[in-house]
Write a protein that binds this ligand. Structure first.
Ligand SMILES: Nc1nc2c(ncn2[C@@H]2O[C@H](COP(=O)(O)OP(=O)(O)OP(=O)(O)O)[C@@H](O)[C@H]2O)c(=O)[nH]1
Ligand SMILES: [Mg+2]
Length: 390
């Protein structure tokens, strides 16, 4: 599957940069192109210059709202992020056409952090414009949810997140949720290591996007997972993940397989699937999924029908209400890897909480805005008789 990736704001742009690296890796190691066009959109010029892999020209690193923000971001005011996106939308939407063989791409992936101002405010606006212009391609959003400590310290964080989620859900074909806090849970040192988190966020896309693009027969699975399967799976609220288990085994002196190997493979497969389920990008109940997909990547000799059947049964138990699609990808060496998508989720506690908390915040935030405006008016009024130099 080939995606055009567009990152918004600091978080979105950095993750898009990570996708550009993923594409480089796919090209050099596998001779495959998975993200032929990667773009970053920001109101902050310094953040754009800090990227490393996205092409450095103004058509790929797109500065928006220059006049309004002086190139310094919108300081978490998502309304301003949205307004700027509306004004500069053409600049972004036109740039996408520069993607190599644009007509061959299968869809768009837009990325942003939900809690900031630029990414959070602009992602729904640009998504809507892209959908209107390119009606035949699906559009997915990868939305990053804030760390817990950010939610505690700043109510704008929760409010922006709720507004962003509601808006993007109404335009995107699927919204893939990635909770920053989940990555800290895995390894606390990650709290200060956003670039490591970003590489973990994009990792599940590697095999997922590569599998359907393989041309060499020995890497084409018995059941290939292609763009069609992914498009059929992605709908509405979505989470994803991957799990891995090591395949190192004792070598038998006569070279053959131990009688135990087959069941060991099944065991390793279930272990990888278990890890994938417990490491979902945002916490959810798999029973709420209407669609699911898994991709099994392993050395060809370790993939067999029993294993595929066991994995499907296992997933069916976890997600009994989901239509399950699957595929195999004879690729890895030494590891068995499962990439998992749960989609069309009918409930997510996290989203529900953002909505509830923000509904309470709306009157407070509006009241505060009114107070600020009225104070400013009073101040202007008090100074009305002072001469001005302009
Ligand atoms: N995973 C990840 N999260 C990030 C990264 N950068 C920022 N965030 C998160 O994104 C949210 C803030 O959004 P930003 O992208 O920094 O904000 P912005 O879109 O640039 O908007 P303004 O700076 O307000 O104009 C916070 O929840 C951060 O924790 C990143 O590189 N990776
Ligand atoms: Mg910023």
């Amino acid at each position: 599957m080939k995606l055009v990736v567009i990152g918004f704001g600091q978080c979105g742009s950095r993750i898009a940069d990570e996708f550009a690296r993923l594409n480089k890796r796919a090209r050099s190691r596998r001779g495959i192109e998975i993200t032929p066009g990667v773009f970053a959109v920001n109101t902050d010029a310094a953040d754009l210059s800090g990227l490393s892999t996205i092409k450095a020209d103004y058509q790929h690193r797109i500065l928006v709202g220059g006049r309004k923000t002086g190139g310094h971001g919108v300081g978490k005011i998502n309304e301003l992020g949205a307004e700027i996106a509306r004004e500069d939308a053409d600049k972004v939407v036109d740039a996408l056409r520069s993607t190599k063989r644009f007509y061959e791409t299968d869809g768009f992936l837009l990325v942003a952090g939900a809690a900031g101002g630029t990414g959070s405010g602009s992602i729904p606006i640009i998504a809507q414009q892209i959908k209107e212009r390119y009606t035949d391609k699906p559009l997915y959003a990868l939305v990053v949810l804030p760390f817990e400590h950010e939610e505690e310290n700043e109510e704008r964080t929760v409010y922006n997140t709720a507004v962003c989620l509601k808006s993007i859900y109404s335009v995107a074909d699927a919204v893939i949720l990635v909770d920053n806090q989940r990555y800290v849970r895995k390894d606390f040192s990650l709290k200060d290591n956003l670039s490591k988190i970003n590489s973990l966020i994009v990792e599940p896309f590697y095999n997922l996007l590569c599998a359907g693009e393989e041309k060499k027969a020995r890497h084409v699975g018995a059941k290939t997972l292609d763009a069609g399967d992914i498009i059929q799976t992605l709908l509405g609220w979505t989470v994803l993940s991957y799990g891995e288990s090591n395949l190192k085994r004792f070598k038998l002196p006569f070279g053959g397989k131990s009688f135990r190997d087959k069941s060991t493979e099944t065991h390793k497969g279930i272990q990888a699937m278990d890890e994938a389920i417990s490491e979902l990008s945002t916490h959810c109940n798999p029973k709420d999924a209407g669609r699911a997909l898994y991709l099994l990547s392993a050395p060809a000799k370790d993939i067999n029908m029993d294993l595929v059947k066991e994995l499907s049964d296992w997933l069916k138990d976890m997600a009994p209400n989901a239509i399950i699609r699957n595929g195999d990808y004879p690729r890895q060496s030494g590891v068995m890897n499962i990439t998992l998508i749960l989609s069309e989720l009918s409930d997510l506690e996290k989203v529900r909480n953002y909505y509830t908390k923000s509904t309470n915040l709306v009157p407070i935030i509006k009241q505060r805005q009114k107070e600020v405006e009225s104070k400013l008016r009073t101040l202007d009024e008090t100074g009305k008789d002072i001469p001005s130099l302009l």
